[in-house]
Design a protein around this ligand. Sequence first.
Ligand code: GLC
Length: 536
Amino acid sequence: MSKLAWWQRGVVYQIYPRSFQDTSGNGVGDLQGVIERLAYLNDGTERSLGVDAIWLSPFYPSPMKDFGYDVSDYCNVHPLFGDLATFDRLIEEAHKRGIRIIIDYVPNHTSDEHPWFIESRSSRDNPKADWYIWRDPKPDGSPPNNWGSVFGGPAWEWDETRQQYYFHQFVVGQPDLNWRNPEVKAAMFDVLRFWLERGVDGFRMDVIGMIIKHPDMPDQPWLTDVDPNLPENAIYWRQEHIYDQDQDDVHQVLREMRALLDEYGDTVGIGELFYSLPRWVKYYGEQGDELHLPFNFRLIDHLPVWDAQQARRIVDDVDGAVPPFGWPNYVLGNHDQPRVASRFGAEQARTAAMLLLTLRGTPTLYYGDELGIPNGDIKPEQKVDPWGIQMGVKYTRDVCRTPMQWDDSPYAGFSNVEPWLPVTPDYRTRNVAAQDKDERSMLNLYRRLLWYRKGSAPLYGGSYQAVDTPHADVFAYLREADGERIFVALNFGDEERTVSPPSRGQLVLSTALDRAQGVTNEVKLRPYEGVIIELG
Ligand code: GLC
């Protein structure tokens, strides 16, 4: 096995800073909170989670119309979260523990309060007039094309001063930058340098496939087969996205970004992309010269129900599609998606943990999933997410952004005042302190899986091969490196299933955490049980 980079061998843990740990007493998490919880993430012993890197969702100055994904200053820290000195301390403290820091980079749009946009909208001939996407109205005054905003409604907003429309792929307060303007590209590359100079180890690049649009911005075709429950204003979700994103010339920008990252050595570029497999693999670059990890959301988007055959198809397809110079990755949850424990169920979430942490490729964990936190109970009047509000749909991303549950004190040890979103109702029993003591808890399952993976060359670096079993509800596979072989069998169903590894082996871990280790050539999996067997 060739030498692997840290981001190939390691496990990434996503922190939504607003919701991890509040130390300033305002009900919103902060960077000092992350520093204080680093030992939980990795203190070098198996009592900690053992993650190798954290990805921080945005902590930049922002009017918070999209909770930080509307940035008004790319090179600073919002006072809610701390300041640059706290960020520097976070880097230093994390690095001391061998934890890398990946930060969110939001290149597609700024906040409408960013000084660049304020200048750009001030006239048609100011120096930044062309830094955003401005267009004249159609002769009848209507928007220049039929494109919709991801968050509902048209993607164009009329500006009185310029007497033009500006384009916003997300909320009105998130105008899209014009990446076809070389000055914009240079300024945004300087942002990368700013943080690399401060010592960050990589970036998670927000909606990276959207930064380049078709230069003529033609109307997009309407889909013929749409979900009848889609709200009226969901224009974006009724169109075929052939001009507003995933344009061939985005790859040139990504190659330049990669060259910049490479100047700083061992860094990682992870990109948020939602495209079909053949389009998605292109983001590795034809020569492996673009993203290190184009995010692979298939275990979220393509697994609507907990189904072994579908999971296998996804993994087979992904593993087969990734080019030889590329590296796969998997993820089960993030700050935009319903919690994995609610999507699949509490028991299934344990099986899912074993799946995620035994596949070939970098796993990204979402804070709180290691406790099995379910979707939050958000009353309609408690909704703050612009998605949930503007689309007028029942779903709100607030459900997966509730505070981390550290203990059973009134606000779950997250804060000493009422948090910005309510903690989930089960926090008195579902929290780090309680699960730490319970040898069979979800938290201890995650710890065991992470530490086992760390020491297992087949798991962190070996090949993947699905194994047929007689049961449609079992997904089994072999992982192999340097002659060492591991067999993983996951029972997705609610019935007992007997499976046989290809040869005798040593059972080393069960999702139930209650089996004695022992040599076996047959194992009776209980409902939703998964096992790891080292083959002799
Ligand atoms: C990405 C982020 C999401 C955000 C959007 C706009 O999809 O994950 O949270 O709302 O981009 O920046």
